[in-house]
Design a protein around this ligand. Structure first.
Ligand SMILES: Nc1ncnc2c1ncn2[C@@H]1O[C@H](COP(=O)(O)OP(=O)(O)O)[C@@H](O)[C@H]1O
Ligand SMILES: [Mg+2]
Length: 267
């Protein structure tokens, strides 16, 4: 079963004895025409770590994730993924990396004409080394893990946004990745579902030793999940470190984010 097969990611050591980053942005810059989105951005994600990318809408959070997937290439700088420099990788090499690193898209990106179970089975069928019985067993296990097992025979259109996201998470796990990227996992769901999705992401990290990158503007989620936070503002990294240190950060926009959250919590 998937859970039993899950192994901790081998901690490759760098020359200074610290684990080598699983993901790193090294001085990454990216512009679309005159729109400079990332300007000398650097941060890293260690194996097994969860890093949240925070910042206002339109700041470049999704663009950062698309660089990790190799959908976009930086104008300058280097992108390290799965401990490899993917910056100049051709598509074939990127496809190999995408077997290790999967992304849960904001809209879930489920196949509308396939049932929930068939959606989750999709990456398993592509592997072509599993019997139908094994596939069904793994699908049930995954759906149970994300608490939507009873939805197996429904179509995505029958599900709420939050449930669709749970199914998308199950499908991303079917490929047995080492690392999962989540784009705004709690946006447009009710507060209870947001809490459930946050708990699920945390549980998966612990049970499956997943390295995770979570893009969000939900401070409560960041506080719950993040080992470290990258705060992007006007194309730059304003802050990179643990939540406890961010609370002491005196950058006005970071303080605004922290205070807005206090208001929400108090409401
Ligand atoms: N493929 C693209 N082509 C041109 N501009 C893009 C592309 N993707 C994103 N952008 C621009 O980059 C900026 C950051 O977008 P995005 O990363 O989606 O923001 P967010 O932080 O809300 O996820 C926006 O100004 C957006 O219009
Ligand atoms: Mg986005």
């Amino acid at each position: 079963m998937l859970l039993e097969n899950a192994k901790p990611v081998i901690r490759l050591m760098s020359t200074n004895g610290n684990p080598a980053p699983y993901i790193a942005f090294q001085d990454v810059s990216k512009a679309f025409g005159d729109n400079r989105v990332l300007d000398h951005v650097s941060f890293d994600v260690l194996p097994g770590e969860t890093v949240c990318i925070l910042g206002r809408s339109g700041v470049g959070k999704s663009v950062a994730l698309h660089h990790i997937m190799g959908f976009l290439k930086p104008d300058s700088g280097h992108v390290i993924v799965a401990c490899e420099d993917i910056t100049d990788y051709p598509e074939k090499e990127l496809q190999r990396i995408r077997k290790k690193v999967t992304m849960v898209f904001q809209n879930g990106a489920l196949f509308d004409s396939l049932t929930v179970g068939e959606n989750v089975a999709f990456p398993l069928r592509e592997r072509a080394d599993l019997s139908e019985e094994q596939i069904l067993q793994i699908v049930d296990g995954l759906l149970e893990m994300v608490a939507v097992k009873e939805m197996r025979d429904l179509l995505p259109s029958d599900l709420s946004t939050g449930m669709k996201r749970s199914v998308a998470i199950a499908r991303s796990l079917a490929a047995q990745p080492e690392c999962v990227l989540y784009d705004e996992p709690t946006t447009m769901v009710d507060p209870l579902m947001a809490q459930l999705l946050g708990d699920l992401i945390k549980r998966l990290k612990i049970q499956l030793h997943l390295t995770s990158v979570v893009v969000t503007h939900d401070m409560r989620l960041a506080k719950k999940l993040a080992d470290r936070i990258v705060f992007l503002h006007e194309a730059k990294v304003l802050f990179f470190g643990p939540y406890s240190e961010m609370e002491k950060c005196d950058e006005p926009i970071v303080r605004e984010f922290l205070q807005l959250d206090e208001l929400k919590l108090g409401a």
